[in-house]
Design a protein around this ligand. Sequence first.
Ligand code: 3HC
Length: 311
Amino acid sequence: EIKNLEELFDQRIARDEKIEPKDWMPEKYRKTHIRQISQHAHSEIVGMLPEGNWISRAPSMRRKVALLAKVQDEAGHGLYLYSACETLGISREELYEQLHSGKAKYSSIFNYPTLTWADIGAIGWLVDGAAIINQVPLCSTSYGPYARAMIRVCKEESFHQRQGYEIMMTLAKGTPEQKELAQDALNRWWWPSLMMLGPSDAESVHTEQSMKWKLKRKTNDELRQQFIDQTVPQADLIGLTVPDPNLKWNEEKKHYDFGDIDWDEFWQVVKGHGPCNKERLSARVNAWEEGEWVRDAAMAYAEKQQNNKIK
Ligand code: 3HC
């Protein structure tokens, strides 16, 4: 019986059909989507913290408004993704508990500090740039609610990437000190941005199955290569140097060859020993605890409204 159901399911995936919440799906399909979508949502919410650090110190009103809009977008992306994840039969409370207890992962990239204003440019340019490359293929992922959430997210991400690159362009064209700020930010954010796209395909435990289920449409290494090929010319254009002495255009392969990634650093950060892991998690736990009275008040108010309606 199950065998037939699995066969029917695989045929649907082969026909590029969208799997919807009420459709039959293998338990492992459900579990891996809860894993990936929840960690994607956690990344959006935690990702607000490094950027939020500079809202009150943005150098102009225009920069402050753009950064506020971006951080607000990330919150929205997180809520879409939590909602998409709930369609798989897990509650919002459980999802938050998994983040706050350290059980669930979120993107390694958000465990690095934002030391100068130029970091906000580097994050928009590199982190959102890598996020777009990773998320565009997810628009055609087999699980309906995830694919639909990604379409809206990708539209907003391209604005994030543009505002980040404009900040870097402005600094690179500014005073020598400003150009140095931009170069320093590129030096610190380049390699963590490459790591954000996940371990190498050889090290990736999920890629093979995720490709079969059309959850992943491109592998980690393919996306990383696409990010490098797209981003290096953008650095050249504004006179910044990518901090990789082995970076070299390979005319034959029509790709950039690049140096070795420090996977020890990556796994250290993923395991919770990055520069900001403790700070990020306690910021989220504090926000949850301090916000409890707001949630209770909102529920009490909603109940009162409901009772008034019934009278
Ligand atoms: N940070 C933390 N953990 C990571 C990671 C990263 N950058 N890359 C991989 N991992 C974890 C995986 O979660 C997995 O651990 P798990 O089994 O406990 O979940 C393990 O390392 C093995 O990695 P795999 O490559 O086998 O795992 P995946 O197939 O899940 O691939 C991924 C990792 C490419 C990140 C994939 O999960 C994905 O595409 N996720 C959706 C996109 C996403 O989450 N992006 C994060 C950034 S969101 C963002 O940038 C918002 C923007 O607005 C700024």
